[in-house]
Ligand binder design. Structure first.
Ligand SMILES: Cc1cc2nc3c(=O)[nH]c(=O)nc-3n(C[C@H](O)[C@H](O)[C@H](O)COP(=O)(O)OP(=O)(O)OC[C@H]3O[C@@H](n4cnc5c(N)ncnc54)[C@H](O)[C@@H]3O)c2cc1C
Length: 402
């Protein structure tokens, strides 16, 4: 297993680090004071600087103008960008657009690529992904109820979705709907592209999450598809292949998320250490950093971040070199290990900051609120543990029967 970073990548990572420290971290204060929507012009200026540096969409394939990186390299970039909630957006590689770009690239028709993929890659438009429903358990997508029924050359979509991230301001949604109710469970659904200005696509609200509704990209929408008519040309991939396409997003998407979370861990640990080194806690001038409990927390966090990081890079290497099928266990493991490591590191960093940690004067409270969801989205901890546990037990059953 080789995680050596090429000279070219080292230069790219240095450029990203400089940009993050000079242009992004200082801008976070505005991000707290204003709605995301209000900041769009300033964000676009920063995106233009990224474009001028030649670092736009670094994870995309070369034919789409990206850098043609492998997953380990992609992960290292995601880690660096993840240190700020604005990082991925400013480099044009934010979820769910990154995943949508991948499936459009792999499965889109020429017409779909021209109309949706091209402007999406350039960052001229945004998209969203509508799968989770209000009334059925997202943990078991086989329960999905939203339908797309054929009518002439069209589909008519009806369904009640939520947690459609970034629906506010998106140009189109990729909707997961039941098209083949009588097929085998894995073949019941399809992905269909729905322009958001379709009169049957209704954004009901941005859901208030831990006290924040957000706006535009920084929001999660509740969406009703009401007799929403779209051409059958908007089917993405083959009919009944919705879950198959979702699986395609899985590997790269998971590395992207986990390395982003590790970026959050690194930033939180950095803030924790800086605060502990400067905060005087005793009359004789001793600081928080002199307390054994804080030294223990710092050591534990650093060790757990390192363990989670190596697991994630190993999973990335495995997908690159052995393929997704042989990497399934590692990909399941990193999801819950990294999400829980992140939650612990953010919590400790916040504790070290005391009242300052609870305020929005540092990024920690934002991380604390927004990243709790990591243990739920993209498969809840319990679901990943159950399926991994079952696979491991099955393997032992086979070997004991040999
Ligand atoms: C911030 C955020 C962003 C999201 N973005 C998107 C998006 O862009 N598009 C989209 O379609 N969806 C999105 N989601 C939705 C997300 O994918 C679902 O919330 C997730 O799949 C869980 O589904 P659910 O909320 O219906 O919980 P449920 O399925 O009702 O599960 C509730 C809880 O039950 C437990 N549980 C579930 N199954 C099992 C089991 N088999 N064994 C033991 N315990 C179990 C888990 O603790 C789980 O948290 C997002 C969610 C969040 C929080």
């Amino acid at each position: 297993m080789d995680f050596t970073v090429s000279e070219k990548m080292k230069t790219v990572l240095r450029m990203i680090d400089t940009f993050m420290r000079k242009e992004v971290f200082p801008f976070e204060a505005s991000f707290f004071r204003h709605e995301f929507k209000e900041l769009l012009p300033e964000l676009e200026e920063k995106r233009n600087k990224v474009r001028q540096m030649g670092l736009w969409g670094p994870n995309y394939p070369e034919e789409l103008g990206g850098m043609g990186l492998n997953l380990v390299e992609h992960g290292l970039i995601s880690e660096s960008l993840g240190r700020s909630p604005l990082g991925h957006y400013l480099f044009g590689t934010q979820a769910p657009d990154a995943g949508n770009i991948e499936i459009l690239h792999l499965f889109g028709t020429d017409e779909q690529k021209e109309k949706y993929l091209k402007p999406l890659v350039k960052g001229e438009i945004r998209s969203c992904f509508a799968m989770t429903e209000v009334n059925t358990a997202g943990s078991n997508p086989l329960l999905m109820e939203g339908t797309a029924v054929k009518d002439g050359g069209d589909y008519i979509l009806n369904g009640h979705k939520w947690y459609t991230t970034g629906a506010d301001g998106a140009s189109f949604a990729i909707a997961m709907m039941v098209t083949n109710p009588n097929a085998s469970p894995a073949m019941r659904t399809s992905m269909i592209i729905v322009p958001c200005d379709n009169p049957g696509f209704n954004l009901i609200r941005n859901i208030s999450i831990m006290g924040e509704k957000g706006s535009d990209y920084n929001s999660h929408g509740e969406v009703m598809f009401q007799s929403c008519r779209v051409s059958q040309k908007n089917l993405l991939g083959k009919e009944g292949h919705g879950f198959k396409l979702a699986q395609e997003r899985l590997g790269p998407g998971r590395i992207h998320h986990c390395m982003r979370w590790l970026g959050i861990c690194n930033r939180s640990l950095e803030l924790m250490c800086e605060r502990a080194n400067e905060r005087v806690i005793e009359v004789d001038g001793r600081k928080l950093a002199d307390k054994e409990v804080i030294q223990n927390w710092v050591a534990e966090c650093a060790a757990e971040i390192q363990a989670a990081r190596l697991m994630t890079l190993s999973a990335a290497w495995s997908i690159d070199n052995l393929g997704m099928n042989k990497s399934r266990d590692e990909v399941s493991m990193i999801k819950f290990v990294v999400a829980n490591t992140m939650q612990k590191v953010i919590d400790r960093a916040l504790q070290v900051h005391g009242g300052l940690g609870m305020s929005d004067d540092t990024i920690l409270a934002y991380f604390y609120r927004h990243e709790r969801g990591a243990r739920i989205y993209d498969g809840a901890d319990e679901v990943h543990k159950a399926s991994l546990g079952k696979r491991i037990l099955r393997n032992y059953k086979k070997s004991s029967q040999k």
